[in-house]
Write a protein that binds this ligand. Sequence first.
Ligand code: ATP
Length: 211
Amino acid sequence: MRLAIERLAVERGGRPLFSGLSFTLGPGELLVVEGRNGAGKSSLLRAIAGLLHPSEGTITIQSEAIAGRTAPQPEQGPAGPLCHYLGHLDALKPTLSLARNLRLWRHVEGAPDMTIETALEMVGLDGLGSLPAAWLSAGQKRRAALARLLLVRRPLWLLDEPTAALDIAGEALLGGLIVRHLSAGGVAIVATHQPLPIPASTTLMLGAPQR
Ligand SMILES: Nc1ncnc2c1ncn2[C@@H]1O[C@H](COP(=O)(O)OP(=O)(O)OP(=O)(O)O)[C@@H](O)[C@H]1O
């Protein structure tokens, strides 16, 4: 897939966060977004996902066929169903079991690419599927959120602070999952304050330097 951001400007609460932002990403590329608290990293990810309307600029996406959807021509507009957006919250319903949470996501997000058991195994949560999500530790919840990315293949991953609550092994696991996604021709944008265990194709610094 290819993602082109041109002259993007985003405001929150009437205050400009950034403007004139342009970049392009192609298959296998990882963009790491850095910047002080409040610089607009989450807002950028949300604008690309379509959860926030940019005040100016364009987002253009060209994707291969994915989950029964073909988009041979570049499409202007947010990524929507072409992306996985992993925000600060883990998007788990606390009273449902871990496996039922993932089944729900798999149902919502389209044609499954792998079984829930395989996804749980890949994030080191095998054997925990029957537990209520509320019983999971913070790092286990984060791993469960990562499992969601694996169930249904989507070419663009937008990950906001994905290392939050992960231990060192979890960070390495995240790095491996991103590499796997990039190797399959995917694109990833990661907003983070922590160094990732894998090299970025490009780093973008938003806002003024940290004080
Ligand atoms: N719903 C909202 N309404 C108005 N302003 C908002 C809203 N959400 C965020 N903001 C403001 O937008 C600015 C950017 O927030 P954003 O979450 O994008 O920053 P960030 O770079 O991701 O920060 P952090 O590193 O703390 O996660 C902040 O000044 C914040 O106060």
